[in-house]
Design a protein around this ligand. Structure first.
Ligand SMILES: Cc1cc2nc3c(=O)[nH]c(=O)nc-3n(C[C@H](O)[C@H](O)[C@H](O)COP(=O)(O)O)c2cc1C
Length: 501
């Protein structure tokens, strides 16, 4: 059964058997305006069936052939159609979209889309995120035979392949327009096989797999337009001199400045952290005996200068209670803890960290684990620059803090390939639409369960919690309970889930 991808030339000669799961892999699917767009719906269905996550972007042309509703229903995700979405763009939606996937697939890739891609045009959402992405791109052309054989299309395809885009060869056969020849969209199963090959081509071997989302793991044959340095977590001093704080005023994100805010920090993923000793505890017996359970807890502190930091109200109590309950259930527990004032639970190995990047390091160094429970309230952002000396008051203008994104620890563990824990659980602290947001987060982060809690009251720092356990099969809501009892209930369900597997 031969099937291969050569450098930026994606040829799948035979569909590969659909044995292995695509669990945790994320596809951004751009659907162009061709008659074959209906096959993109089937492709979405197949990716979902293989447990991959798919987010669709529908071009204006694509929307003439299939509806956003069909793609949304099949993908179980919102469909994006416009660059001019105020809500999304406040958060630099097109940049985020282009970076959150493991692979960007253009299917069908119309002659027009191929031409715009080859020319570097960015005049709609699809082409803008294709320019902005730091992930491998695969294009699946479909068009009339004359269009495919036209010198302009051949030139564009050659240019795209030179640029590192994997362009699949179209099938040959009778076309919707009545002509015969190459230009047909390959069958969705064949495209899925090509996607699997692209994903497999990414170096997600054990040691590297945690960093699968980071730009540094993009295989050279799919080299993006940006240098590795530029996609790394902001060496901003070189990439872009920081404006003087006094003069910069309120800084909002600007288009084209996203390199200062990558989703992951490759640098941070390569350090090792020493674990502390295991606090003496109960004999290693119980339903989780033999399981390594990795837990994060507490807030993170993101330094601004030597005396100031960005933090949140997390006390660490819920994570510590879960660590204690897991240890009582016989698990070998590693607790990666942000700064908290709590004693180490008996039988627990504790690693102290301060910042999100240190936490990401410690989590990586603690894998593999059978179960990972990411309870910590990790700061989404840190300041791009940390002042070496205490910042002083100067005149009346307060300093502007330029923020950059921290690594997404939960998503990174979800994408850690062979090191992915059998059961990955995230916490979602929400103040509104608690269950809906958690349901969406579960899919987006590649987690098995999300424990949603409404933190609009005094949950953060308090002793009680009301949680909803969101899984693939539904939502279980627990009544308000002391955090110790929430922990016991959760550990019971984890033990039952592992026993059922
Ligand atoms: C009925 C019909 C079918 C079409 N099929 C194709 C096609 O299969 N491939 C293609 O490249 N263009 C096709 N086109 C032309 C594209 O729709 C047109 O170039 C459009 O601008 C492409 O939009 P996009 O860049 O968003 O993909 C078709 C047009 C019509 C009206």
């Amino acid at each position: 059964m031969a099937s291969f991808i050569t450098q930026s030339h994606c040829t799948v000669t035979t569909p590969v058997a659909q044995i292995c799961t695509m669990r945790g892999r994320r596809i951004l699917l751009i659907v162009g305006g061709g008659i074959a767009a209906y096959k993109a719906c089937e492709l979405v269905r197949l990716i979902r069936k293989a447990e991959g996550a798919v987010t669709c972007v529908l071009t204006e042309g694509g929307a003439k052939f299939v509806t956003a509703m069909s793609l949304a229903a099949l993908s179980e995700n919102p469909v994006h159609t416009t660059l001019w979405d105020l809500k999304d763009e406040v958060e630099m939606g097109h940049i985020q979209l282009s970076r959150q996937a493991d692979l960007v697939v253009v299917c069908p890739a119309t002659a027009d889309l191929l031409a715009r891609m080859a020319a570097g045009i960015a005049d709609d959402l699809a082409t803008t995120l294709l320019l902005a992405t730091d992930k491998p791109v695969m294009a699946v052309p479909a068009m009339n035979v004359r269009m495919w054989q036209h010198a302009a299309t051949a030139r564009n395809v050659a240019r795209l392949r030179d640029d590192g885009v994997a362009v699949m060869e179209p099938d040959e056969g009778a076309m919707a327009c009545g002509e015969w020849g190459p230009g047909r969209l390959p069958e969705p199963e064949t495209i899925l096989a090509g996607i699997r090959q692209m994903l497999d081509a990414e170096p997600v071997a054990a040691e590297e797999s945690f960093a699968a989302l980071s730009a540094s793991t993009i295989p050279r044959q799919f080299a993006p337009a940006l240098d590795e340095d530029e996609t790394a977590a902001a060496p901003p001093a070189e990439a872009e001199p920081a404006p003087p704080l006094e003069a910069s005023g309120l800084l909002l994100p600007k288009k084209g400045k996203a390199r200062a805010a990558p989703p992951t920090d490759p640098d941070a993923l390569d350090r090792n952290v020493d674990a502390g000793p295991i606090a003496e505890g109960p004999p290693n017996d119980g339903p989780l005996r033999g399981c390594h359970v990795l837990i994060t807890a507490g807030p993170t502190h993101e330094p601004i200068d030597p005396v100031r930091y960005i933090a949140n109200r997390s006390s660490g109590r819920q994570g510590y209670a879960i660590a204690a309950a897991a240890a009582r259930a016989g698990a070998d527990v590693t607790l990666v803890s942000g700064p908290v004032a709590l004693p180490t639970p008996p039988g627990v190995r504790r690693i102290d960290v301060e910042s999100a990047r240190e936490m990401a390091d410690a989590v990586k160094a603690s894998l593999p684990a059978d179960v990972a429970i990411m309870v910590a309230a990790v700061a989404d952002w840190r300041t791009r620059d940390v002042a070496a000396d205490k910042m002083k008051k100067r005149g009346s203008a307060p300093p502007a803090l330029i923020l950059t994104e921290n690594p997404d620890i939960l998503a990174n563990v979800g994408a850690s390939g062979r090191l992915r824990p059998q059961l990955l659980i995230g916490f979602a602290a929400e103040t509104e639409n608690v269950i809906a947001n958690a349901t969406e987060k579960r899919k987006r982060k590649g987690a098995d369960w999300i424990i949603a809690n409404d933190v609009s009251g005094d949950v953060m720092g308090g002793h009680a919690n009301t949680v909803h356990i969101v899984t693939a099969s539904g939502v279980e809501s627990l009544p308000q309970l002391p955090k110790d009892e929430v922990a016991e209930a959760l550990v019971d369900r984890i033990a039952a889930a592992l026993a059922a597997d």
